[in-house]
Design a binder for this molecule. Structure first.
Ligand code: CA
Length: 232
């Protein structure tokens, strides 16, 4: 998957002048930049639309950088690369940053070149990590070749049943609601009333003895029933 669009970065820094300097440097280098000056708002923004890189100041009003990072790691459904920004340079501060889930660290004051290099490195690493293959417990789903296997056994699904499987694997560990599923499978053309049920039946039939992997969450929707350490 190549990045057609310029990478998106969320710059979280409460010092207005420093923030606008950082934003200017990143924009000049072609990044799409969003900004926040408050930890709580930053967390909300990063969860709603995960950026390619989160540049996160340590000392922030609302919620400090360590808390933002730790909560993001708990709540986000994918890994958001975090570059922690701080004036503190003791070993224990760095340790706390990494323990909270930061990917990299940059000390103030810094040269704008170094800021750019580190942001680019994080974004590139994250893109390399976005493999076309999703491993979910025993399920291996190759979005490029369109093939799926369960414990090595080929799962022959195509069309909407395939899209249903991919949507569930991409959203995992989250439950997809019925309306999200309808939107992802059919976009703006609503299907006949029982279409989702019939594709779910097809998918489960193909999974056979492993059909419990696609679990109905009553009154909500569907999710892949794979333990949290079963991803890849
Ligand atoms: Ca600050």
């Amino acid at each position: 998957m190549s990045t057609v669009h310029p990478p998106r970065i969320l710059v979280v820094e409460d010092h207005a002048r420093l923030r606008s300097q950082i934003v200017a440097v990143l924009q000049a280098a072609g990044w799409r930049v969003e900004e926040a000056s408050d930890g709580r708002l930053a967390l909300q923004m990063a969860l709603e639309e995960p950026p390619d890189v989160l540049l996160l100041d340590l000392g922030l009003p609302g919620l400090d950088g360590l808390d933002v990072c730790a909560r993001l790691r708990e709540q986000a459904d994918r890994h958001v690369p975090v570059l922690m920004l701080t004036a503190r340079d003791t070993l224990s501060d760095k340790g706390r940053g990494f323990a909270a889930g930061a990917d990299d660290y940059l000390l103030k004051p810094f040269a704008s070149e170094e800021l750019l290099w580190r942001c680019q490195a994080l974004s590139r690493r994250a893109e390399l990590g976005r493999s076309p293959v999703l491993q979910r417990g025993p399920l291996r789903i190759d979005r490029r070749s369109g093939e799926a296997h369960c414990d090595g056994r080929a799962i022959a699904v195509s069309g909407h049943a395939w899209r249903l499987l991919v949507a569930l694997a991409e959203a995992w560990p989250r439950t997809l609601t019925r309306s999200e599923l309808l939107q992802q499978l059919w976009a703006d053309e609503p299907p006949a009333s029982d279409a989702l049920r019939s594709h779910l039946y097809t998918l489960r039939r193909e999974l056979g003895q492993d059909q419990h992997l696609v679990r109905t969450v009553h009154g909500v929707g569907l999710r892949l029933d794979v333990p949290l350490d079963g991803g890849g």
